[in-house]
Design a binder for this molecule. Structure first.
Ligand SMILES: Cc1ncc(COP(=O)(O)O)c(C=O)c1O
Length: 464
């Protein structure tokens, strides 16, 4: 279908409108999901743009595109045989959003919720220090490692902390350091797609283990370790992305016991520690780890700003040596002024105030979006209101395809994430991940839900 559309595009001019989805379905005798996926693929290539409420148009060709077209890179297709990095899971699936789109697919908080002034002042001060552009220690600034160790608590010491460029870099380092190409890695199902991509880029084979309302199931986890011989579990015990689940207290020690009995590491991705909605935030698994089972990942990008790319890996034993080595191979150390700025922001008394007010804002938005979704999408199911994080995980009514609805929503001017991206294998049901943190305000949030409802109505009656 995408090829047919490319042929069609070659006959059209930039700015021309493509036939509507209904017309394409009729003309090419294919289903709505096929049309939606083909348009999504072309949008990702930059060949078409979708305009909310208007339709899909042939993209304007830029000079860059024309020059790129003049370069013959076909030989690269032969040279680039194995696909190590899953570009589909790394890229925005539908390409950049058209102007006016309400962003409910993002993983960061809106600028109005970021401590922008504190960050800018801290970075300006950091840049004025005489040692600003010196090398930083490979493990990170000692004072920053101390602050991270203090926040994590338990018996974690500054020497157990390795500063990284955000959580994604930490995940990539951990996967490569812990397991060799071809090894299985157990993952919660559903899970964060870019963790799947990082694992696959390291040559690992993700094996899904189902979650329920209390987090990953220890009984199925034990079976999965036994069946696969995996030596690694990747999990998010606190405000899991995408479901918002918190691992129940009794399961915390069970998960560690199961991993320990299998001789396996547990990567604890604690990306959402500072995104609680005001209730008590559970202790991280690593705080009670006595034997180096847990490799903990933390990051400041979510509560602060996406470009404060500072995070940390926390671990004990030879695995830390490996991770330090991988870090050095990658890029030596994290930019010093950014580490200094993070240290200043984290150590300031205003940081806790910021985290508290962020939590309050997230709780309000979460409740408001849940009510709006329940009203706009009859038959949608929410697995309870999350107590932390940035998203709602919405189970769609029977007969609704998540990719088709995501594409229709885009046409209506709201960007949401199709649930199938979050599963390593076949999804058991259709879901959407709908974010409440990246919109400008409450009005935009309810308008986003309204547009989503209108997109669902566009799909017409369902075959259940
Ligand atoms: C579960 C999870 N882990 C890690 C990350 C990485 O974020 P960053 O690299 O910005 O710290 C994200 C970002 O979306 C995430 O959702």
């Amino acid at each position: 279908m995408a090829d047919s559309l490319r042929t069609l595009l070659s006959r059209l001019s930039p700015g021309d409108r493509l036939p509507s989805s209904r017309e394409l379905i009729k003309e090419y005798r294919v289903g709505p999901a096929t049309v939606a996926r083909a348009i999504a693929a072309l949008a990702a290539e930059g060949a078409v743009v979708t305009r909310p409420g208007s339709g899909t148009y042939v993209a304007q060709r830029t000079r860059l595109h024309d020059e790129a077209a003049a370069v013959d890179t076909d030989w690269q297709t032969v040279a680039l045989t194995d696909r190590a990095v899953d570009t589909h899971l790394m890229a925005e699936p539908l390409g950049p959003s058209p102007a006016g789109t309400i962003t409910m697919d993002g993983g960061y908080v809106h600028r109005s919720l970021q401590p922008t002034r504190a960050l800018s002042a801290a970075l300006a001060r950091a840049a004025r220090r005489p040692d600003a552009w010196d090398r930083a220690p490979a493990g990170g600034l000692p004072e920053l490692r101390t602050v991270f160790a203090h926040i994590i608590g338990g018996s974690v010491a500054p020497e157990d902390v390795l500063v990284t460029a955000g959580g994604q870099s930490a995940l990539s380092i951990a996967f490569r350091a812990i397991a060799g190409p071809g090894s299985p890695v157990l993952v919660e199902s559903p899970t964060y797609p870019r963790a799947l991509a990082a694992a696959r880029a390291a040559g690992l084979r993700p094996v899904p283990v189902p979650l329920d309302a209390d987090g990953v199931r220890p009984d199925l986890l034990a079976d999965a370790f036994a069946m696969t011989g995996a030596r690694l579990l990747y999990c998010q015990p606190t405000y899991q992305n995408p479901t918002g689940t918190v691992l129940a207290p009794e399961r915390r020690s069970q998960i560690l016991d199961v991993a320990r009995a299998s001789g396996a590491f547990v990567i604890e991705d604690d990306f959402a520690r500072h995104l609680g909605h005001g209730g008590p935030v559970p202790r991280p698994l690593v705080a009670d780890d006595r034997d180096g089972t847990v490799v903990h990942v933390t990051s400041l990008t979510k509560p602060a700003a996406p470009s404060l790319r500072i995070g940390a890996l926390v671990a004990r034993g030879p695995v830390m040596e490996r991770m330090r080595a991988v870090r050095l191979v990658d890029d030596f150390f994290v930019t010093r002024p950014l580490q200094e700025a993070a240290l200043e922001v984290l150590s300031s008394p205003s940081w806790e105030r910021h985290v508290r007010s962020l939590g309050t804002a997230l709780r309000e938005r979460c409740g408001m979006l849940a009510a709006a979704i329940t009203q706009e999408i009859p038959g949608a199911a929410l697995a309870g209101l999350p107590t932390g994080g940035l998203h709602l995980w919405v189970r769609l009514p029977p007969g609704v395809d998540d990719t088709v609805l995501t594409n229709a929503a885009r046409q209506r001017g709201v960007a949401v994430s199709a649930g199938s991206r979050y599963f390593a294998t076949e999804p058991p049901a259709a879901h959407l991940r709908v974010g409440f943190a990246a919109t400008a305000d409450h009005a935009e949030l309810t308008e986003g839900a309204r547009r989503l409802g209108a997109a669902l109505a566009d799909l017409g009656p369902r075959q259940e």
